[in-house]
Ligand binder design. Structure first.
Ligand SMILES: Nc1ncnc2c1ncn2[C@@H]1O[C@H](COP(=O)(O)OP(=O)(O)OP(=O)(O)O)[C@@H](O)[C@H]1O
Ligand SMILES: NCC(=O)N[C@@H]1O[C@H](COP(=O)([O-])[O-])[C@@H](O)[C@H]1O
Ligand SMILES: [Mg+2]
Length: 387
């Protein structure tokens, strides 16, 4: 039995802990607030500010985990290098967690070092520098804090008038302690995908069938698997995913994001951990869902193959309001629907657009992916989060 220190305890962590519990592992779940989803199903928990390196050192020393598994980006990941030196295993690796917490490190690695095709980009550390960067990149463009996720602090700039607003918004949405932003040329893509990629200690890399998704405000709304795409584009995406995960190193499941445009496949970013759009696999679309795959890779249990067992879709359940006692209505209708399932994450409070649950739908392999996705969307829209 091994001990896992899970750094971040949201909905993705919760499913990971459930997978770990099923294989008899011990998990200590950590987050910045009490009663976070993954804490509700773990053996123990810690509430700390994970950007505080000393607090992090303290709980690592206290629990002496076999595996340190980051679940969010905003962690003092610089400390991970020392943990590795001390003999701890960081998932997938200290470098992977450290590079992906900051859009600058991962983008420079992908575009400059590895030569992957990405959107044009610049960095800016003030509203003035942002204006100058936009002069070079052109409009429309997308502004994102270097440290943020789920679209927080992200906006699309179409006119000069949007620039100051975009800067201010980026500063509100930044999760870490850096003020800098990345500004990217807008990629006019035809569709976007997440390619779940599994790297294993035995050296064998596996890919899940591609996941299509639709985003609003930089946050995912629906995802479906498989995404229909030309095999040459899938091959390009797999080659890029193999390159970037090899450069970052270590074992685990990764969510590698791509835009597919008329002029080819663009690498966007990646998560060195299960991906929100990968919640579609909770509908048993594969022989193992993304959380089970991550766990097996973490523990060094070999995964011989990943097979698609059925098609599926997921659609998010979002809150509209702030509340310290959110409740749900409309669940009966979802429960009553065929070929569908749902999760309510158990987040103790809500805020506008906070993801509180997800609906998954599925069908046989010869089913219609558009219809399955529409059904997920329709069912999720019946669920209301009440303040
Ligand atoms: N350069 C771009 N051109 C066009 N669309 C973009 C660009 N960058 C981001 N987007 C859109 O915004 C979405 C979110 O962007 P991104 O993945 O970089 O943000 P994020 O905050 O890291 O989100 P998450 O943590 O959920 O992956 C993308 O999936 C895409 O739909
Ligand atoms: N795109 C990244 C992502 O989806 N991360 C998931 O959201 C949680 C934070 O949710 P919260 O902001 O509602 O606490 C994280 O802990 C993780 O599970
Ligand atoms: Mg993303």
């Amino acid at each position: 039995m091994s001990k896992i220190l899970l750094l971040g305890s949201g909905e993705l962590g919760k499913e990971f802990v459930i997978a770990a519990q099923r294989l008899g592992q011990i998990v200590i779940a950590v987050d910045s607030y009490a009663n976070a989803p993954a804490m509700q199903v773990a053996h123990g928990f810690e509430v700390i500010n994970m950007l505080d390196g000393d607090a992090l050192d303290h709980i690592v020393a206290k629990h002496q985990p076999d595996y340190i598994v980051p679940e969010i980006e905003a962690i003092r990941t610089e400390r991970f290098y020392a943990y590795e030196k001390d003999g701890y295993t960081v998932i997938p690796s200290a470098k992977a967690a450290n590079y992906t917490m900051n859009r600058k490190s991962i983008r420079d690695l992908a575009a400059k070092e590895l030569g992957l095709k990405t959107a044009d980009y610049r960095y800016a550390a003030s509203a003035k520098a942002l204006s100058a960067a936009i002069q070079e990149i052109g409009m429309p463009c997308v502004v994102k804090p270097l440290m943020s996720s789920s679209g927080k602090g992200q906006s699309t700039i179409k006119t000069e008038a949007d620039i100051q607003k975009a800067w201010d918004y980026s500063q509100e949405g930044s999760r870490g302690d850096v003020a800098e932003v990345i500004v990217e040329g807008f990629v006019n893509f035809n569709y976007e995908i997440t390619l779940l990629t599994v790297t294993q200690r035995n050296g064998k890399t596996l890919f899940c069938p591609p996941i299509g998704h639709r985003q609003e405000r930089g946050d995912y709304q629906e995802s479906w698997q498989p995404a229909t795409m030309q095999s040459k584009h899938l091959q390009t995406a797999q080659d890029m995913a193999a390159k970037v995960t090899t450069a970052l190193g270590g074992a685990g499941l990764w969510g590698v994001e791509f835009f597919i445009a008329d002029d080819g496949v663009y690498f966007s970013e990646l998560s060195p951990r299960p991906h929100d759009t990968g919640m579609v696999t909770l509908g048993n679309t594969q022989n193992f869902n993304e959380f089970e795959l991550h766990l097996r890779a973490v523990l060094g249990l070999p995964i011989s193959e990943i097979t698609q067992e059925r098609i599926g879709a997921s659609a998010v359940i979002l809150a509209n309001e702030h509340s310290d006692n959110p409740t749900f209505s409309g669940i009966e209708e979802v429960a009553n629907a065929t070929k569908s399932d749902f999760r309510l994450f158990g987040k103790p409070s809500s805020r506008p657009y906070r993801r509180m649950g997800v609906v998954v739908t599925y069908d046989n392999l010869d089913g219609d992916i558009k219809a399955v996705t529409e059904r997920a969307k329709e069912l999720a829209s019946k669920v209301k989060v009440n303040p």
